[in-house]
Design a protein around this ligand. Structure first.
Ligand code: SAM
Length: 230
């Protein structure tokens, strides 16, 4: 797929993030839903950022930019790039980072497409709560991992988290909302997302993969990208 061939399903995964939704996202999703529904508090995910952020960081699907605004960077002048299909999230995150004195390069593209040329090389790449919004099987979503590996430094890390449909414990509430978001309210595309499939897809691209399940969420970090021919 070329960067110009974004499918309707991909667009639909990013489309809900209007300015109106983003204005309530930190309260409804980050404060309430992450803790009460998915049982993976935002503070746990912020700690994951703090453990893995590098000096050159690419954030895919940054949403409101809350994690990037509150995270601890390894140096005072990090180089940050953002990639999202939705320009609203790029604008909001860029503004929040500017408040911290960080200038971010913003790229409008899909995580499933080859990454923009000359986007750079990164010590860390994050996709937090993004993969459950992206359509496709793990094989299809895993193509994104291949693109990400190409822009990672050899000692870099790809990290993030994603809500799974199976292989994790769901409560009645989380199961009901996951079904709702895959059906009538089209926010998620994770009906087929299982824990083993995520592990296999990451291991296809990275030599070292760690996944911790927190509530209904897989929190992952992958190191040592496999380089074709090496
Ligand atoms: C659930 S929000 C997560 C926001 C933030 N990372 C967080 O953890 O709160 C999903 C984000 O992924 C973006 N997104 C969805 N599908 C995408 C795609 N195919 N390519 C790039 N970004 C996408 C959305 O626009 C949004 O910013």
């Amino acid at each position: 797929m070329s960067a110009d061939e974004v499918t309707q399903a991909e667009k639909a995964g990013a489309a809900p993030y209007s300015r109106a939704l983003l204005s309530v996202y930190d309260t409804v999703v980050l404060r309430w839903s992450n803790t009460l529904v998915w049982r993976c508090p935002s503070e746990r995910l912020l700690a994951h950022y703090n453990s893995h952020l590098g000096g050159r960081h690419l954030d895919i699907g940054p949403g409101t930019g809350w994690y990037l605004q509150h995270a601890n960077y390894p140096n005072p002048n990090p180089e940050v790039a953002l990639l999202d299909l939705n320009p609203n999230t790029l604008q909001m995150t860029t503004a929040r980072l500017a408040d911290r004195g960080i200038t971010a390069a913003a790229h409008t593209s899909s995580v499933l497409a080859p990454l923009p040329r000359n986007i750079g090389v990164f010590d860390s790449v994050a996709a937090n709560f993004v993969l459950h919004c992206v359509p496709g099987t793990w094989t299809e979503k895993g193509q994104a991992f291949g693109h990400i590996a190409q822009v990672m430094a050899d000692d870099g890390v790809f990290f993030g988290s994603t809500i799974l449909a199976t292989g994790v414990h769901h409560t009645l509430l989380s199961r009901a909302l996951n079904s709702l978001y895959n059906g009538p309210i089209k926010l998620f595309h994770n009906r087929g997302d299982d824990l083993d499939g995520l592990h296999t897809a990451l291991t296809t691209t990275f030599e070292n993969v760690e996944i911790t399940v927190v509530g209904a969420v897989a929190v992952f970090a992958a190191h040592r990208p496999r380089r074709p021919g090496s």
